[in-house]
Design a protein around this ligand. Sequence first.
Ligand code: AOF
Ligand code: ZN
Length: 364
Amino acid sequence: MSDTDRRHMAHALSLGRRTMGRTWPNPAVGCVIVKDGRILGRGWTQAGGRPHAETQALAQAGDAARGATAYVTLEPCAHHGKTPPCADALIAAGIARVVAPFEDSDARVAGQGFARLRAAGIEVTTGILADAAGRDHQGFFLRVEQGRPMVTLKLASSFDGRIATASGESRWITGEVARRRVHLERLTHDAVLVGAGTARADDPSLTVRGMGAVSQPVRVVASRHLDLPLMSGLARTARDLPVWLCHGPDVPSATRATWKDLGATLLSVPVRGRQLDPAGLLQALGQAGLTRVYCEGGGQLAATLLAADLVDELIGVTAGLALGAEGRPSLGAMGIGRLDEAPRFRLIETQDLGGDVLHRWARG
Ligand code: AOF
Ligand code: ZN
């Protein structure tokens, strides 16, 4: 594995990230075509999931692609979907070598892309930057393999893990730089998810403001009884930007009809105890095509997802502010008695965000 291969693969990964959050249910793939050290084409999966990255890059490279190396952040596809297989397009363009991190686990591809390339005499190199690519495609793989999206849980809190004072004052615990970063994070996810308590208390818009956003993540609210205020930002804007409401199966049809008329999409989710079943909730979101979900609380939903071991990444933003035991805790009860019952995460990033500290943690 050469430095040159790693460099071009890092470039391809950065291209794939351009449409992360906008290609679901498809992965956001990047592709670079290189010959004699020159970049001849760059491509990435287009918003909506098609065209695929390789066809974009090949179109740019044109005839010059003959004899070149293609760096792709996922095994090129082998199936005839709405577009012909990328493996065939690479073969037809006369590509001499393909570098990709690993196989695609979509059953329609699953090794067959590489097999086609090899059968056509193309050299295939795998394993390059596989860890980084695995993180980028984690949501896609989880959906294909387990039927659920990746869950990133973000909690912004005081030094002592509180999200509001006893009276409910929470604006603003973290500063402007941190809030802008959160908006950026929303953009790299397919959907933003909150619980009903947060939707009622904060009347959040859950949209990305500024940042040059060209599309918005789906706004998802988990509400067991679908008892959300009709005079709210979400209700007012459900026709313009997607709002999905996940509710229990026993919600009266009149309530459902009201929200449907407002433009919301309704997803019925099984109930466990007095709450929506967290695994059922994520299965419903996966079924609907989501691969990356950004959960912003509240404490009850966050604790339920954590306790069910359904959180893949944690993002904490901690402010230099102490609120004490009267303050509202960022997490509800998780039923943990012993340390070894608690989900443990591994630190992957820290950053100073204008005086607040961002810390990112991965499960497993
Ligand atoms: C690639 N390059 O850029 C992407 C790929 O529904 P379709 O026909 O568009 O196929 C979707 C599948 O294609 C998806 O599940 C995944 O296996 C693969 N995505 N493949 O060669 C790309 N986005
Ligand atoms: Zn393809």
